[in-house]
Design a protein around this ligand. Structure first.
Ligand SMILES: [Zn+2]
Length: 428
């Protein structure tokens, strides 16, 4: 694989930079070259060290664990940041010590090592991008900062060679140290967030949220979305509330769509866990057919022909309001029309939906009215016939009513009667 070749090349380049600097120090006895050489030596050791988790994470060992071993990479990135901080403290001495033997050969050695480091940083970044490895990318960033730091040191050395002013040298060393501090931050801050399960990228989280909302639309509500970054991957958890009329099969299709939409919206998502909250609705608007506008009256045996509908608002399990709606399908001008009779139930169903009803309790219902209510996602409950409207509402609140899964009768399409023979549906 190309990425591994790049990594090997990058290691060889850093190790050569270290060798060039240390060789320069042994030849010319300059302390800056010694510190810089030590730094590059440390970096080449780290280049090897960093490969251990990258290999483990992508090996079969990681598959044994539900969340893999991705966070090993974050751990190593943090250790790397600490090591850079440590080398920064080692280099701080250089601020206070007098510049040791500095000449053109020393500057040349530094320049050559910077060139090697730049190539190493570039190849490592390419490999890190191909493997989607945060620890490799962090290390590559650190090496780019090392290149700048090396450049600052080189400028300092040249300035000192030309002017022999100690201050110029000290200032450039200070700049180089600041670069080291930045390198530690670059290497560690993302992985620190990953270890602490803090959101690493709020924008990506927002992209996921938009993707989910696009999928569920009107059929539900996105209650919560969380993501955990672990090394090169992201684990996502989604909490949904779906419309209660969706079947379990339909809900699982929504969950599958949500999963796919997140995976295509954001790169690196390893897994999406979709939870659907089995929550009861807080507010219902329940329509019950009744022959007189009184809550103590028995529920009407008819749906389309009931004189009134009691429309009760139920909130948190309590009836907070009841209004009575005159059956709009019983208006005089409609009463004699034959087609109006057939479509009575349909008219009522549309009217109840417009009234904002979320639920209907009824003893009997024809297939057209039933289909219209279902289409508007109004839930149809089998009423307790012979009991009052109040008792039916209480039964619904206590969860004692069952959903109707089919209409109680077929419509009489033809003049000679209702329902196909042997359809199994009760006549109303
Ligand atoms: Zn370094």
């Amino acid at each position: 694989m190309r990425a591994w070749g790049l990594l090997a090349l990058s290691f060889v380049l850093v190790a050569s930079a270290a060798a060039v600097r240390i060789l320069g120090f042994t030849l010319y006895g300059n302390n800056v070259l010694w510190i810089e050489g030590l730094h590059a030596l440390l970096d080449s050791l780290l280049s090897l060290f960093i490969l251990i988790p990258v290999l483990i994470v992508r090996s079969k060992i990681g598959e044994r664990y539900p969340y893999g071993l991705y966070k090993l990479e974050d751990l190593v990135a943090i250790i790397l940041a600490l090591v850079i901080l440590l080398s920064l403290f080692l280099d701080i001495n250089e601020l206070f010590s007098k510049p040791s033997v500095v000449g053109i050969p020393v500057a040349t050695v530094e320049a050559a090592s910077i060139l090697l480091l730049a190539l190493a940083a570039y190849t490592k970044r390419q490999a890190g991008r191909e493997l989607r490895s945060p620890s490799l990318l962090a290390d590559a960033n650190h090496m780019f900062v090392d290149v700048m730091e090396g450049g600052a040191v080189l400028v300092g050395l040249l300035a000192y060679i030309l002017t022999r002013i100690g201050g110029a040298y000290t200032a450039t060393v200070a700049m180089a140290l600041l670069g080291l501090l930045l390198a530690a931050y670059e290497a560690g801050h993302d992985s620190l967030k990953a270890i602490l399960d803090l959101p690493k990228d709020k924008e990506e989280l927002e992209n996921m949220r938009r993707a989910v909302e696009g999928v569920i639309g009107e059929t539900g509500e996105l209650l919560d979305i969380r993501a955990r970054w672990a090394g090169p991957v992201i684990f996502v958890e989604v909490l949904l509330r779906l419309h209660p009329l969706l079947t379990i099969e339909e809900s699982s299709l929504v969950a599958e769509k949500v999963k796919r939409s997140i995976m295509s919206a954001v790169e690196g998502v390893r897994d999406v866990a979709v939870r659907i909250e089995p929550v009861r609705r807080r507010r219902l608007k329940v329509a019950v057919p009744v022959d007189k506008p009184e809550i103590a009256r028995n529920i009407s045996r008819h749906f389309g022909r009931a004189a009134y509908f009691a429309v009760a608002v139920i909130e948190d399990g309590r009836i907070i309001d009841v209004e009575y709606l005159r059956n709009p399908a019983l208006k005089k001008e409609l009463a004699d029309d034959a087609s109006a009779k057939v479509l009575r139930g349909a008219r009522v169903a549309e009217a109840l939906f417009k009234e904002g009803a979320t639920d209907v309790i009824t003893c009997g219902i024809g297939e057209i009215a039933y289909a219209i209510l279902l289409r508007h996602r109004v839930m149809v409950w089998r009423g307790l016939c012979g009991k009052s409207v109040k008792e039916n509402l209480d039964a619904l609140i206590k969860g004692k009513l069952v959903l109707m899964h089919e209409p109680t009768r077929e419509e009489s399409w033809e003049k000679d009667g209702g329902g196909r023979p042997g359809s199994g549906l009760r006549p109303a």
